[in-house]
Design a protein around this ligand. Structure first.
Ligand code: SF4
Length: 269
């Protein structure tokens, strides 16, 4: 905390086993202006949690926080503008400091859990469905977990787990499922794939020759060409196979854009 250091990038903070890195800290008198930088153009609710955690740890380390701002890529930036216009800054101080107050009561509880010599018993919650280690944790050894049911709602999840059901095989007959969900359950129970009745007629309606198109695009934060917004998807490459029958390729054409210019029209034509 040297007074002659006006800005810190990626400053790391560690206290009571909690660790964070602030993207940018800017000194403002006796306090600090915290900036969180995200590589997107849209603000998201989850960023408030992210910033609140960072702000809470910094505060706990004894640093005063005056403001918390989010820096995004500006939707309005275009190639050729000054660099400063590349960013959009949003003041989230009030929402973040409010969220910090909500987080604070959990500090001690989390500290006790993370410092405990043995890991806590996992408990299956709806949130587990998005957990990166679900298959190594509560999903271990369960081939067809109820989380594999498409669009399973929290109320159905609660109802099933309330009855001790975590496998699709154990979902009772008559349990309310959508058509698609019931189809998945049937496939699991019968161990048979589902083939829709109209698939064959749809495939036989294909007129030959048929053309198989594959293409690639690029999206960049700093636009590659004039009059294009950041993260615009630009097609750059395609490949077309012409087939006279199933698996019989009679011609192939392809296109690869010249990166020095905007080739979208050329590619389409
Ligand atoms: S699956 Fe993930 S979220 Fe659920 S208890 Fe295990 S570690 Fe926690």
């Amino acid at each position: 905390n040297e007074p002659d250091v006006p800005i810190i990038f990626e400053g790391a903070f560690l206290v009571d086993g909690f660790v964070t890195r602030a993207d940018i800290l800017k000194r403002k008198g006796d306090s600090w202006h915290v900036f969180e930088v995200k590589s997107g153009v849209n603000d998201k609710e989850e960023f408030i949690d992210d910033m609140a955690y960072t702000a809470m740890v910094i505060d706990r380390c004894g640093f005063n926080i005056s403001d918390v701002w989010l820096i995004l890529v500006s939707k309005d930036f275009r190639l050729g503008m000054e660099n400063e216009k590349l960013f959009a800054e949003i003041d989230h101080t009030d929402e973040v400091l409010e969220r910090v107050e909500e987080f604070k009561p959990l500090w001690q509880q989390i500290e006790e859990i993370t410092r405990a010599p043995v890991k806590p018993e996992p408990q299956l919650l709806f949130e587990c469905r998005k957990c990166e280690i679900f298959r190594e944790c509560l999903g271990r050894g369960i081939d067809n977990h109820i989380f594999d049911i498409p669009r399973l709602s929290q109320s159905k999840f609660n109802e099933l787990t309330g009855s001790g059901i975590v496998s699709i095989e154990d979902i009772p007959d008559g349990f309310p499922l959508t058509e698609n969900q019931a189809r998945v359950r049937d496939c699991v129970l019968t161990k048979e794939p589902f083939v829709g009745g109209s698939l064959k007629s749809e495939l036989t309606s294909i007129l030959w020759p048929a053309y198989y198109l594959d293409f690639e695009t690029v999206m960049t934060a700093i636009p590659l060409y004039p009059d294009i917004a950041p993260y615009t998807q630009i097609p750059t490459q395609y490949s077309i196979h012409k087939c006279s029958d199933v698996g019989v390729i009679v011609a192939h054409s392809e296109y690869l854009a010249d990166p020095s210019k905007d080739c979208r029209r050329e590619l389409a034509e």
